[in-house]
Ligand binder design. Structure first.
Ligand SMILES: Cc1cc2nc3c(=O)[nH]c(=O)nc-3n(C[C@H](O)[C@H](O)[C@H](O)COP(=O)(O)OP(=O)(O)OC[C@H]3O[C@@H](n4cnc5c(N)ncnc54)[C@H](O)[C@@H]3O)c2cc1C
Length: 303
């Protein structure tokens, strides 16, 4: 790993100051959160920022809060490890904890933030599919004010999102959900750890009270399009139906049709498409069974 070129470093203590720095100092600046993407880009991929604005001294951007109205807010600087081990998330959305647990190694998860994972906008970002399936919203702030964007609308392409250079992602909010909501995230990656998803599939649905029909179905695919995408035809095929293995297979096949994968060093497009089908079927059936109780069980039911 080579040494970085010299750059100016700022450590603002307010959102306005951080945003103003990017506006006043002009092009070539970058925000810094955990640094697990930015520092690698600087040391290994030739990125030379003119200046870096560290977000870690900004107040109020960390932590997971359950609001009285049932919404859950996750501060942008919350680490993957905090999401993975959060008691409130483990109870309500174990598949979201699971998606954070899939990121890199424990050392990476102790630094990597959810805000960085979203802002970096890698199509394979592990936490994005589960959050989109939960219909999460992002709050974006700058010196000019604040706006809210649905996470589903946040990504624009590989490495691109809706934020302008002086905007900061401050939090991700999960709206109130039904107590009958179930879900699953499967990262398909042949190597056990430390590789990006070849395919990521998050499914979320609510089980009908009496007949166990699947309602409010959300199926989100990662790493098989320029951004995470919803498989809407697949969702429609399951909506209002009682899940069976045959139906899960059919829904998986529809999701595979909706994927737009590319071939690259990790996998051919054909293989990715086939795995979307298999993983969507498995995720739907796993969600119905309930969360895995251990890391070993979680790993075993992936394949
Ligand atoms: C060895 C290794 C393994 C990894 N494995 C995985 C994996 O399995 N799955 C996975 O999804 N990712 C993986 N990653 C990628 C990385 O850990 C995540 O994307 C991480 O969540 C990025 O967060 P960060 O806080 O480190 O971001 P940083 O590196 O600090 O920032 C990333 C980018 O986002 C911008 N940014 C950060 N925070 C904000 C904000 N709040 N508002 C506006 N812009 C912001 C920065 O300017 C920068 O451009 C891996 C990385 C490494 C080094």
């Amino acid at each position: 790993m080579k040494r970085t070129e010299p750059f100016e470093m700022y450590q603002p203590t307010s959102l306005k100051e951080a945003s103003r720095l990017l506006k006043e100092k002009g092009p070539g600046g970058r925000f810094l959160a955990g640094g697990t993407d930015l520092v690698i880009a600087m040391k290994e991929k030739g990125l030379v920022p003119k200046y870096v604005v560290d977000l870690k001294r900004l107040p109020g951007l960390t932590g997971i809060h359950e609001n009285k109205d049932g919404r859950i807010t996750i501060g942008a600087l919350t680490t993957m490890r905090e999401i993975e081990t959060s008691p409130v998330l483990t109870k309500k959305y174990p598949f979201l904890c699971q998606s954070a647990a899939e990121v890199g190694s424990i050392q990476i998860r102790n630094r990597a933030t959810v805000g960085g994972n979203m802002s970096n906008a890698t199509p394979s970002a592990d936490v994005a599919p589960s959050l989109i399936a939960l219909q999460a919203k992002t709050t974006i702030a700058s010196a000019a004010g604040e706006r809210t964007v649905a996470l589903e609308e946040f990504f624009r392409g590989p490495g691109q999102n809706v934020m302008s250079t002086d905007e900061i992602l401050t939090e991700v909010t999960i709206p109130k959900t039904s107590s009958r909501l179930v879900g699953e995230y499967i990262k398909f990656s042949p190597r056990e750890m430390m590789d990006l998803a070849y395919v990521g599939v998050a499914v979320v649905y609510t089980l009908g009270e009496k007949e166990k029909t699947c309602e409010a179905v959300h199926i989100v695919l990662g790493a098989v399009a320029p951004t995470p995408i919803r498989a809407k035809k697949a969702e429609d095929a399951l909506e209002g139906q009682i899940l069976s293995e045959a139906l899960a297979e059919k829904v998986g096949a529809l999701a595979a049709e909706e994927a737009k994968p590319i071939s690259d060093v990790r996998s051919s497009a054909e293989y990715r498409r086939a795995m979307v089908g298999a993983m969507t079927k498995r995720a739907l059936l796993n969600a119905a069974v309930g969360p895995a109780k251990s890391w070993v069980e979680r790993r075993d039911r992936r394949y």
